[in-house]
Design a protein around this ligand. Structure first.
Ligand SMILES: NC(=O)c1ccc[n+]([C@@H]2O[C@H](COP(=O)([O-])OP(=O)(O)OC[C@H]3O[C@@H](n4cnc5c(N)ncnc54)[C@H](OP(=O)(O)O)[C@@H]3O)[C@@H](O)[C@H]2O)c1
Length: 280
């Protein structure tokens, strides 16, 4: 095993973006600890990475990361390394496309747990190890919807806004340490995260969906830069800018889209497909 390169923890590694992140980051890493629920997908990814990079050490942590024993296993796997981890990427997440009024309390709790509380808990557990590295980064995978409230994604937006607030506050709290906390915000991406209904709506609203590979390449570039956050896509970056400057313009634009959004919200397959898909 080489001593050069990052010692990475990647959550959500079995997902559409996670697999692309792992493949793009592998040449920059000496150790990768990959977490997800789908053991078969993680094992296939581990084999592929190790056969391509024989010097790379790849470990997998399979299980529901909202569960403390799974978080504990992740922590132990990191502690067992000969050198401290220096890169934590919190990418695990679930989607949610639903009318707020009709959302079930259990689905709301699950969304907040997976998308917000779990990355916070994982970060807290791993922080002492990250602080022991000569320099370290925590990159939270947020979303353009962490800057821009959008109808049909009310709770999802709340979790991604929350994750951005957490990232910014922790970045400032750790500003006298060697740990940088950063926020990386893709726009829509072509993965199973988005249900057929959401992708159909995106096409109708002319919302671009990026390829996971493009997003992974952007993440690698972001890793080498100093800016604290990164928003992907145009016109999405313009909408975010406008949202700060003149939110009424976005209010009006989204009001005009409400009829289309409401029609797609009426589809029975609209709500939180990614969690239903992969929960064991
Ligand atoms: N795709 C998009 O349009 C988009 C846009 C902006 C931001 N993002 C963000 O990017 C991240 C990755 O999205 P993606 O497109 O790769 O989604 P995805 O293909 O649905 O993958 C989600 C990943 O999260 C893992 N996960 C979900 N719940 C978990 C839990 N309770 N415990 C452990 N792992 C769990 C999944 O594990 P298993 O599959 O093994 O169950 C999978 O690895 C998310 O945070 C998402 O919010 C996505």
């Amino acid at each position: 095993m080489s001593d050069q390169g990052h010692r990475l923890v990647l959550t959500g590694a079995s997902g559409g973006l996670g697999k692309a992140f792992a493949a793009a980051l592998a040449p920059l890493c000496s150790v990768m600890i990959l977490s997800g629920r789908n053991g078969a997908v993680l094992q296939a990814l581990q084999q592929k990475l190790q056969s391509t990079y024989p010097d790379l050490l790849v470990r997998t942590i399979v299980g529901d990361l909202t569960q403390p024993p799974v978080q504990q296993r992740l922590h132990e796997s990191c502690r067992a390394l000969s050198a401290p981890i220096d890169l934590l990427i919190n990418a695990a997440g679930i989607s949610d496309f639903a009318a707020f009024e009709r959302q079930e309390p259990a689905a709301m709790e699950r969304l907040v747990m997976v998308n917000l509380l779990t990355p916070i808990q994982v970060t807290q557990r791993l922080l002492p190890l990250l602080k022991a590295a000569p320099s370290a980064q925590i990159i939270n995978i947020g979303s353009i919807f962490g800057y821009l409230g959008h109808p049909g994604f009310v709770l999802y937006c709340a979790t991604k806004f929350g994750l951005r607030g957490f990232s910014q506050a922790l970045r400032r709290e750790l500003s006298d340490t060697r740990v940088a906390v950063r926020y990386f915000a893709p726009r829509a991406v072509k993965t199973d995260f988005n249900s057929e209904t959401v992708s159909r709506m995106n096409r109708e609203l002319h919302t671009t969906e990026d390829d996971p590979q493009t997003v992974a390449d952007e993440l690698v570039r972001f890793l080498g830069r100093r800016s604290w956050d990164r928003k992907l896509g145009f016109p999405e970056r313009l909408y975010v800018w406008l949202n700060g400057l003149a939110p009424a313009i976005n209010d009006q634009a989204l009001r005009k889209r409400l009829t289309v959004i409401r029609r797609h919200l009426g589809s029975p397959a609209a709500a939180h497909p990614s969690d239903a898909r992969s929960r064991p």
